[in-house]
Design a protein around this ligand. Structure first.
Ligand SMILES: [Zn+2]
Length: 420
């Protein structure tokens, strides 16, 4: 296996669309560390987000460096080129040291028949009855099954290999962390499929440290997990067992772990995840992004006055463009339009009414997850406001930052590692 930059056991993906909350986010890591939960902060921004907002990848590096300097953070931190591909990676290479190679598009596209057969030849250990420690029932995998899965999944590791080599050549293999993401596909990968995929990744000599499979259930943006929590827990446990097994079997980096592209706010699965991580003594990478943009809005609304006005204006504009804003996110939002309050109603709301509808507190009867999801996908309105939005963030920095920090620390980091 090639050299690589090692990633710490627990790491936390922080997305910050407008580049103003780096310090508030890092403060959450400091609070968690004080309680014994050490998260490596990883600032992530996808190519798509950079295009929407009109930012360069170097701006994320500048933000991370500035936050680390301002708060005197002495531990590791990273900058993640999130969901990149060969066509988009180049401008990320210098400023990033974590690359999330997105191979979702290659999944399901048939590999060459010769490659699938050669893969099955090379991996006799995948055929037959395979007992994995900590999985109660052994898997029975036939050669035909290995070829079928290879046919569906071989192209993805092959593509990842090309992208990995491209980055390694330009940057030096020892200077970055590699993640492979397959989450933006329609069907979840089963644990035996994950094993076969990891074998294929090892064949490509990619020192992968995080892998983001598609899990069962819906990971809608900024709201709780929607699906069968028991089934998720079973799969998550089995995936951890598969990863531990694959590290041994294929010489993958010992730091290899699951990356959960959570869409933020997956409160109901943090507890099962915590149990499983403890059981396997495993690490995890939890990626969040849009939750911080929503906390900015909450902070502005809480500030009242011009802050509340901006929040209302963004909602009114979003209501005028519901279909347009929701279309690109169809697979990661579920909005019941009949439950969206009208813009005229919202324009009469107090700070408290706006905040209660938006803040992710499921125990608050005024919380409205339709309202929240629509605002989640409406960050482009704030991008269009430009200076006016950014100036409001600066003006109301204290209240905005407090919301950003509290949200990450209280609602994400604590339940994931420490329990409520
Ligand atoms: Zn993702």
């Amino acid at each position: 296996m090639n050299n690589y930059l090692p990633l710490g056991k627990f790491s936390f993906g922080l997305g910050d669309r407008f580049g103003h909350q780096g310090r508030a986010q890092l403060r959450a890591c400091i609070l968690a560390a004080e309680l014994g939960a050490d998260f490596v902060p990883v600032w992530n921004k996808s190519n798509r987000e950079h295009l929407f907002i009109g930012t360069e990848p170097s701006s994320l590096r500048a933000e991370a460096d500035a936050a680390v300097k301002a708060l005197g953070w002495k531990q590791a931190y990273h900058v993640d080129a999130d969901h990149i591909r060969l066509e988009t990676v180049d401008r990320f290479i210098a400023p990033s040291d974590f690359f999330t190679i997105d191979v979702a598009d290659s999944i399901g596209k048939p590999a060459s028949a010769a490659d699938a057969q050669a893969f099955a030849e090379r991996h006799p250990e995948l055929i037959g009855t395979i007992s994995i420690p900590n999985i109660s029932h052994p898997f029975a995998i036939t050669r035909a099954e290995v070829e079928r899965v290879a046919n569906l999944f071989l192209l993805a590791p092959q593509d990842a290999g090309k992208i990995y080599q491209h980055i390694a050549k330009a940057k030096g293999a020892e200077r970055f962390i590699t993640e492979i993401s397959m989450d933006e596909t329609n069907s979840p990968q089963t644990p035996p499929e994950l094993l076969i995929i990891l074998a294929a990744i090892a064949d490509q000599k990619i020192p992968i440290q995080t892998i983001a499979p598609k899990f069962t259930g819906r990971f809608n943006k900024g709201v709780d997990y929607a699906g069968n929590v028991k089934q998720f827990e079973k799969e998550f446990n089995e995936d951890l067992a598969i990863i531990a097994f694959a590290i041994q079997k294929y010489g993958l980096p010992p730091s290899l772990k699951l990356s959960v592209h959570s869409g933020s706010d997956k409160f109901s699965i943090y507890e099962p995840m915590r149990r499983a991580l403890k059981k396997f003594d495993a690490g995890v990478h939890l990626k969040t992004a849009g939750t911080t943009w929503l906390e900015e809005l909450i902070g502005l609304a809480e500030a009242g006055g011009d802050g509340l006005e901006i929040a209302k204006e963004i909602y009114a504009y979003a209501m005028d463009h519901v279909d347009e804003f929701c279309a690109p996110y169809a697979s990661v939002i579920d909005i019941d339009k009949t439950k969206l309050p009208g813009a005229a109603v919202v324009s009469g709301w107090s700070s408290n009414q706006f905040v209660s509808a938006l803040r992710h507190d499921p125990t608050n009867p005024a919380f409205n997850l339709n309202f929240r999801q629509l605002l989640h996908v409406s960050f482009k309105v704030a991008a269009k406001m430009g200076r006016r939005y950014l100036d409001a963030l600066d003006k109301h920095e204290t209240v905005v930052a407090k919301n950003v920090t509290e949200n990450l620390f209280e609602r994400h980091m604590k339940p994931l590692l420490l329990g409520e």
